[in-house]
Design a protein around this ligand. Structure first.
Ligand SMILES: Nc1ncnc2c1ncn2[C@@H]1O[C@H](COP(=O)(O)OP(=O)(O)OP(=O)(O)O)[C@@H](O)[C@H]1O
Ligand SMILES: [Mg+2]
Length: 323
């Protein structure tokens, strides 16, 4: 049996606009999404801003009720059996508050353990284990206000593991962490994987999905546009090369002109050190460079490189360059 089963999930937000003449407006956040997650699997949700990732995770975590479709967690219906589902799951949402900064790490965990009715004898044993699991051993006696952002985030993970859930939902858990903090956090995720937790992770970082996830669903505008292993997704772009051209500023019309060239499969741009880098996916590889240069009309360019495609390039192709 799959640990998580999502069938034709739909979720609409009903909002109002205007102050005097109020108008109702429906925002379809999740249009129609289906996927399964196997026991012990680390499943990634990738997609541009507003794609519907957080909304999907909130439905799975019983925080939002779906408008249509069916979601089962260990065979339990997330609407009818919400209370039972909650016992099986833990979640953290990026940039979340909810720790007591004046208390130590250990006292935070003790407090939340009593809030969740974890047996005191059990929590006494579990808290040191959890601190070790998240790499905070030896730091539990310090006040949380002195913790780095990464340490706080790892304490959040320990908090959500107090009731020993088998399933974890992590919505952009490395957002706002510096590269070292993010790397340490990925170690924690690997520890959770080796503890056989079933994990749903959302992220904007392709390399993170590539290095951690067993399978990845790419979602865009509330629909799944691809679902596969990272290496299979990369095969979508196997026959392409990526030409990176560093520019010192380029007009949007010029970008569109280049995108329309017959040998260009996909194009995206990236800001880097105050330069704008064009990323051109093409089957022609290095041979495309002279044509691209002439399309740029002798504009001053910096470094030009031709490289193999990555998962990020596959993603750009799938969601049409909106990163
Ligand atoms: N509380 C809300 N009320 C109205 N619309 C909302 C609400 N929350 C989200 N939306 C809309 O639903 C859509 C999906 O949002 P969601 O937060 O699920 O996207 P996301 O994939 O998590 O994006 P991001 O990568 O920016 O976190 C967006 O169009 C968003 O504007
Ligand atoms: Mg989100």
């Amino acid at each position: 049996m799959n640990t998580i089963e999502v069938k034709n999930l739909k979720r609409i937000y009903r909002t109002t606009t205007g102050v005097i003449r109020r108008k109702h407006k429906d925002v379809v956040a999740v249009e129609d999404i289906s996927f399964d997650i196997k026991e012990g699997e680390l499943f990634g949700l990738l997609g541009p801003n507003g794609a519907g990732k957080t909304t999907s995770v909130k439905v799975l975590a019983t925080l939002l009720i779906p408008d249509a479709g069916e979601v089962r967690v260990k065979g339990l219906d997330i609407v009818k059996d919400a209370n039972e589902v909650r016992k099986q799951i833990g979640f953290i949402f990026g940039g979340e508050r909810g720790l007591y900064w004046r208390l130590s790490g250990i006292d935070n965990l003790r407090y939340f353990a009593s809030l969740y009715h974890v047996d005191p004898d059990l929590s006494k044993k579990r808290i040191p284990e959890l601190l070790e699991l998240v790499g905070l051993e030896g730091r539990g006696d310090e006040r949380v206000q002195g913790y780095s952002r990464g340490m706080k985030q790892r304490l959040h993970v320990a908090r959500t593991l107090l009731h020993d859930p088998d399933i974890l939902f992590l919505d952009e858990p490395t957002i706002g962490l510096d590269p070292v903090g993010a790397r340490e956090f990925r170690e924690v995720i690997r520890n959770l994987q080796s503890e056989k937790k079933t994990i749903l992770l959302t992220t904007h970082y392709m390399f993170e999905a590539d290095s951690l996830c067993d399978r990845v669903a790419v979602i865009d505008k509330g629909l799944i546009v691809a679902l596969d292993t990272p290496s299979a997704l990369k095969k979508h772009v196997r026959d392409l090369s990526v030409v990176e051209i560093e520019t010192f500023g380029i007009a949007p019309q010029k970008v569109d002109e280049i995108r329309a060239l017959p040998f260009v499969d996909a194009l995206s741009t990236r800001e880097q050190d105050q330069r704008q880098v064009l990323l051109v996916q093409t089957e022609r590889g290095a041979e495309a460079v002279p044509d691209l240069m002439s399309a740029l009309d002798g504009m001053r360019v910096g470094r030009v490189t031709v490289r193999e495609p990555t998962l990020e390039d596959a993603y750009v192709r799938l969601v049409g360059g909106k990163v």
